[in-house]
Write a new protein. Structure first.
Length: 409
């Protein structure tokens, strides 16, 4: 089968959330099919790194965009019904490339990851199409509106409303639409577009994220995530201001490591708080996780699956997560990880792990076992295969009816 695969960020190297899911799909599909990948790079360095995807697909096309031009494209869409964020991922050369491929070649399936690149193929009707929303981005913008001050809050609310309308419109143009979690799927289902829907989870590489031999430090906890991402910034400001003081009252030597790339100056200043270290970019997060007694994921804004949680749990590092972040993990609160909602609940949950080595060991073992059984890429890709089979069978079943309609006309 010949597959045309589009995604909004070039999926190699798979070092961040927006790249990990599409890369694993491409790698899986390429084992049995001929996969052509089309995507964007936002810098010369990213375009250079993208070349290493070659062993994982039949061919690929990477089209570079530049920040000022993409920002202007967003601004140009402000007075239109089209979401401004879609302008950021529009590239005229990529549009021409996709159009030429569809005009000159025959594909058996078009697979799109992320709604922001769905417009490139939305009007094409001659090939079965699947749109993997991943997360429902509209809800993220609406969440942002609750945490931003006016007039930014109004802008995010408007973008969220435009995204809802666009997500509904795009869903109707595809044969099947999917998401990353059951919660995101429920949002998609609530749109009642008439298009079949399903979901398949993100996985985690349990061999790469395996428990190490180094012992953890009972007075060290960590947060892992890109620090140029607003939800990660917001939750660290909040956690350091509210929960961390309660923890340090009980454990004066407690240290929090904030591990993640590209922290802005405001995040770096958190290192002025006693016990807080902001690492910035690191070559490998595993040693930092391994030294941690636990990882916190106190996100107040979260959609879909937080890969940072899966990776920590696979490594046998207990996790204390917010209720909203926990929704993206196929695990049971209290059995495989702990959930907190308020500063006092975070302090209690974290204290329960730090004060009781046996409880930490129980959670460590249960977390890894759950990742191996419920967030395994092989299991997830088996579900993806079933979704693709369903899409192709549905399109094949329509052909006789279309042929009959054509004859009657």
């Amino acid at each position: 089968m010949r597959v045309l695969y589009l995604c909004h960020r070039f999926p190699y190297p798979p070092r961040r959330g927006g790249k990990i899911r599409p890369f694993n799909m491409i790698r899986h599909l390429a084992k049995r099919h001929e996969v052509t990948v089309c995507s964007l790079a936002r810098s010369a360095a990213e375009a250079e790194e993208a070349q290493d995807i070659a062993p994982f697909c039949a061919r690929f096309f990477v089209h570079s965009v530049r920040e000022p031009a993409q920002t202007l494209r967003m601004i140009a869409r402000l007075p239109t019904p089209t979401p401004s964020s879609f302008g950021y991922f529009y590239c005229s050369s990529l549009a021409r490339r996709v159009g030429a491929l569809l005009a000159e070649e025959r594909f058996d399936l078009i697979f799109v990851h992320c709604s922001s690149v769905a417009p490139y193929v939305a009007a094409h009707s001659g090939t079965p199409k699947i749109l993997d929303f991943g997360d429902m981005d509209s809800q993220k913008w609406l969440d942002y509106a609750r945490y931003k001050h006016f007039p930014l809050s109004l802008g995010y609310r408007l973008e969220g409303a435009k995204m809802v309308a666009e997500e509904k419109r795009l869903a109707r143009r595809f044969d099947i639409c999917t998401t990353t979690t059951r919660g995101e799927w429920e949002t998609l289902e609530s749109y009642s577009t008439g298009t079949p829907t399903d979901w398949f989870p993100n996985g985690v590489d349990s061999e790469y994220f395996a428990p190490g031999v180094e012992r953890y430090d009972i007075d060290t906890i960590s947060f892992v995530g890109r620090m140029d991402y607003y939800p990660n910034q917001e939750c660290m400001f909040d956690f350091c201001a509210t929960a961390l003081p309660l923890l340090r009252e009980r454990r004066p030597n407690l240290r929090l490591m904030i591990v993640g790339a590209d922290p802005p100056a405001a995040i770096r200043r958190l290192s002025e708080i006693p016990g807080v270290t902001v690492t910035g970019s690191v070559p490998d997060v595993r040693p930092y996780l391994q030294r941690s007694a636990l990882m916190v994921a106190p996100l107040n804004i979260a959609r879909g699956t937080q890969n940072k949680i899966l990776e920590a749990m696979a490594q046998g590092v207990p996790v204390v997560a917010s209720a909203i972040a926990a929704r993206g993990v196929d695990a049971v609160a209290g059995e495989h990880f702990l959930v907190a909602r308020t500063p006092s609940e975070y302090a209690a949950a974290i204290g329960a792990i730090l004060d009781r080595p046996a409880e930490r060991e129980r959670l460590s073992r249960a977390a890894r076992e759950r990742m191996q059984s419920h967030h395994d890429w092989g299991r997830s890709m088996h579900k993806l295969d079933a979704i693709i089979d369903r899409c192709l069978a549905s399109r094949a079943a329509e052909r006789p009816a279309r042929a009959l309609a054509a004859l009657s006309n």
